[in-house]
Design a protein around this ligand. Structure first.
Ligand code: GLU
Length: 299
């Protein structure tokens, strides 16, 4: 149990892979960090498949990811949840934001936005063209949330204090695309709240998205979880491992070796003998000796 405000609640963590391909050493690090932090706090660890964006989903990838987790001895609690089956929840949240007058339809094309905006940390900062125009839209439109200039800040367990001014650094961001697909930023906030997630442990590539998620939590009246952003595994060209950078899948013929390598990457110091043990002994040692303060701070 952990104390949040004046209430004791059970630690609930999660791993939320996108089924765009097999697990590789980068996603293994994210899975391991979230698993160890949950288990060392006697918490629950849930798995949620981020399969909201149909063109990015690779058939069979979810199944492969789950089999890999199983073979590596990472047991999740409860049923696996699929974002593609939860669109009614995202719709409900979007309607609530509409009732609060915090969203507006946008019909700008990518080209129009690129031509009229300055670059922010995650692409062009939307110049707000559609924010003040209340014309009835006949064609499909995206929905954006109105951002503000207040400082949004949080304490990351690894990076320390992180803050952003959304309107200046990111701009009004999309919650639902013109093709109807809900944006990751909205879905993740709704799901983490609906699943009572208390701790989010994930890759540092998502640290810049966290203020957007905290802002949505504030608008929707959700509690803020604790955040820990883990260093990212890169290839020799310094690129994040992903399907695009052709990351090699986790080699299950040497599962234990891959686990030990991932644990070392997370700054932990397993004894030499652990590499010759077995998967249950690996997890027993790793859970008992997990020290988040040893995880390197590297983005
Ligand atoms: N699905 C995201 C990814 O694979 C992670 C989402 C999250 O942990 O919030 O990068």
């Amino acid at each position: 149990m952990i104390l949040i405000g004046n209430k004791f609640v059970r630690y609930r963590g999660r791993f939320a892979p996108s089924p765009t391909g097999s697990m590789h050493s980068g996603s293994l690090v994210a899975a391991m960090g979230s698993y160890l932090d949950a288990k060392s706090n006697h918490g629950e660890w849930l798995v949620r498949i981020d399969d909201l964006d149909p063109p990015r989903v690779v058939p069979g990838a979810s199944k492969k990811i789950l089999t890999t987790l199983e073979k590596l001895g990472m047991e999740w609690d409860g049923e696996v949840v699929y974002q593609s089956q939860r669109t009614a929840l995202y719709q409900e949240a979007l309607v609530s934001l509409g009732e609060l007058d915090q969203i507006y339809p946008c019909i700008c094309t990518r080209k129009e936005i690129a031509g009229a905006s300055v670059m922010g940390m995650n692409g062009p900062i939307y110049p707000g063209t559609c924010r003040s125009c209340h014309a009835i839209r006949e064609k499909a439109c995206a929905w954006r949330v109105k951002t503000r200039d207040d400082l949004i800040a949080f304490q990351d367990t690894i990076s320390g204090s992180v803050s952003q001014r959304l309107s200046r650094e990111v701009g009004d961001f999309v919650l639902q695309r013109a093709d109807g697909v809900y944006a990751y930023q909205l879905a993740v906030v709704v799901d983490d709240n609906e699943q009572n997630i208390t701790h989010i442990v994930r890759g540092a590539d998502l640290q810049d998205s966290t203020p957007r998620q905290i802002y949505l939590q504030q608008l929707l009246g959700y509690p803020m979880p604790t955040y820990m952003h883990l260093p990212i595994v890169t290839n020799s060209a310094g690129e994040k491992l992903s399907k695009q950078t052709r990351a090699a899948p986790v080699d299950l013929s040497n599962g234990l070796g891959q686990l030990v390598t991932a644990l070392r990457f997370l700054g932990q110091q397993p004894p030499e003998g652990l590499s010759n043990s077995d998967i249950p002994s690996f997890w027993q040692w790793a859970i008992e000796n997990w020290q988040p303060n040893k995880v390197p701070r590297k983005i």
